[in-house]
Design a protein around this ligand. Structure first.
Ligand SMILES: C[S@@+](CC[C@H](N)C(=O)[O-])C[C@H]1O[C@@H](n2cnc3c(N)ncnc32)[C@H](O)[C@@H]1O
Length: 197
């Protein structure tokens, strides 16, 4: 059964400086019930898939599902998304980061709870390997518009829709829910140009 790491220090298992993890690393930030994480791990057994969430109970359920599916390339991290990218993951360690259907905090008074800011994006870029990919998705049009506007100002992220073509058919739990309610989920993908950081 995949272990749940309650992170209080750097997750060194993937630190390139320590010669760790020569395999490609995928990170699912806020993996929830884990449909996307699990399908991704099954599709790419040669990659290490990290599913991260703040809710330990959700991670336990993902862990049990992973065991039933005999997935051995999955690790679960209990941490806040911002702590992960700002502190807990080593620099240059992630090939592709997915942030799919994060809470949009739609009310104006909750705007400051939104995760995607210039600071967050700069920290994600630090954690990505050169030419690593950031994959974002939301059903919430104002949040989507914020993302495109903020990211257009960041020289180190280059639009790269092809970088997620291989996972276009893998849906998250929330994405399926939004589809069942007739809502559209928009996806964005960017490649990180480290030389422009
Ligand atoms: C709306 S759900 C989306 C889950 C999944 N990505 C999907 O699309 O089905 C958001 C998930 O992010 C987790 N979450 C919310 N805030 C978080 C934070 N600051 N750090 C880590 N996880 C967080 C929640 O526990 C929840 O599982």
């Amino acid at each position: 059964m995949p272990m749940i790491h309650f992170l209080t220090n750097t997750y060194q298992m993937i630190d390139p400086l320590f010669g760790q993890s020569p395999r490609p690393v995928e990170l699912d930030l806020g993996c929830g019930k884990g449909r996307f994480t699990l399908d991704l791990a099954e599709r790419y057994p040669e990659r290490l898939v990290l599913g991260a969430d703040i809710m330990a109970g959700r991670l336990r359920k993902v862990s049990r599902k992973a065991e039933k599916r005999q997935l051995e390339n999955l690790e679960l991290l209990r941490a806040l998304n911002l702590d992960l990218v700002a502190l807990l993951l080593p620099p240059d360690s992630i090939d592709r980061a997915h942030l799919l259907c994060p809470d949009p905090w739609p009310k104006d008074k909750h705007r400051n709870k939104r995760l995607v800011t210039t600071y967050f994006l700069a920290k994600v870029a630090d954690r990505l390997k050169p030419d690593g990919v950031l994959h974002l998705a939301t059903d919430h049009k104002p949040y989507y518009e914020d993302w495109t506007r903020i990211i257009a100002e960041l020289p180190f992220f280059e639009n790269a829709p092809d970088a997620i073509a291989d996972v276009a058919d893998i849906k998250t739990d929330f994405e399926l829910l939004w589809h069942s309610e007739g809502k559209q989920v928009q996806h964005l993908a960017y490649r990180c140009r480290k030389e422009r950081l």
